[in-house]
Write a protein that binds this ligand. Structure first.
Ligand code: NDP
Length: 244
């Protein structure tokens, strides 16, 4: 029970990687706050976590700063603190640059980058007062190695590494660590959309010869958010079966 009574906020926590992260924290005794736009998945995941006294499932669009602030205030009113923030909400809108619309650029940057900024900014205030906190940003190997058709996504995920490193320097003196996890190819709704041809190509490049599962990522995240990682900050932990 290494997270006994810690309050953990997971964005995009209703499904996929975020859901598995939430379940892993719940197994460790944490109280969960899930921010997501998918109401059906939110209530299904809250039920799966179980005890309604230990989970707040809130419909929040992370791109909207006042929505984030309003709902963080609800959490503070209810539980008085937030110990851990996992910036996981993310989307893809893939296209080669000649066909990539301004709208697809803006939506991906808005959710993946600005959404993480909105949550980090709001929770930094809470954590600075507590003089303790842990933030883990979910980046991607695409932010490190690039990928054709993902200029918007790659920029957002590289940007998240930039946020991680600057924020680690800014908040270190207040006993707050900030790290990133960069997953490779993980089997979720997001990667279901990829064509079989691209999947096959990707598979050949993975030394461990399997695609990742959400739990592979969750284990890295809960490590970085645990006391075992108290002296680790500003780092990017790649969870990709050796792909990069
Ligand atoms: P999923 O699409 O399965 O889950 C993401 C969740 O975030 C969904 O419930 C989605 O709702 C929600 N969401 C989307 N936009 C917002 C928003 N504005 N505010 C709040 N919630 C939102 O994605 P994954 O689990 O695959 O990915 C999770 C994270 O991991 C993302 O940041 C992704 O970029 C990253 N990642 C994933 C990899 C993979 O291989 N799957 C690899 C590397 C990184 P809705 O369904 O309604 O859109």
């Amino acid at each position: 029970m290494r997270f006994q009574d810690k309050v953990v906020l997971v964005t995009g926590g209703a499904q996929g990687i975020g859901k598995e992260i939430a379940l892993d924290f719940a197994r460790g005794g944490a109280k969960l706050v899930l921010f997501d736009v998918n109401e059906q998945a939110l209530s299904d995941t809250a039920k799966e976590i179980g005890d309604s006294l230990r989970v707040m499932n809130l419909k929040v669009d992370v791109t909207n700063l006042s929505d984030v602030e309003k709902n963080v205030n609800k959490v503070i009113d209810n539980w008085g603190r937030v110990d851990i923030l996992i910036n996981n909400a993310g989307i893809t809108r893939d296209n080669l640059i000649l066909r990539l619309s301004e709208n697809d650029w803006d939506s991906v940057l808005n959710v993946n980058l600005k959404g993480s900024f909105n949550c980090a900014k709001t929770l930094a205030r809470v954590m600075v007062k507590q003089r303790a906190g842990k933030i883990v940003n979910i980046s991607s190997v695409i932010g490190i190695m690039g990928n054709p058709g993902q200029v918007n996504y790659g920029a957002s995920k590289a940007g998240l590494i930039g946020i991680t490193k600057s924020l680690a320097r800014e908040l270190g003196g207040r006993n707050i660590t900030v790290n990133a996890v960069a997953p490779g190819y993980i089997r979720t709704a997001m990667t279901d959309k990829i064509s079989d041809k691209v999947k096959e190509e990707m598979f050949k490049r993975i030394p461990l010869s399997r695609f990742g599962e959400p739990l592979d990522v969750a284990k890295a995240v809960t490590f970085l958010a645990s006391e075992d990682a108290d002296y680790i900050t500003g780092q990017v932990l790649v969870v990709d079966g050796g792909l990069v």
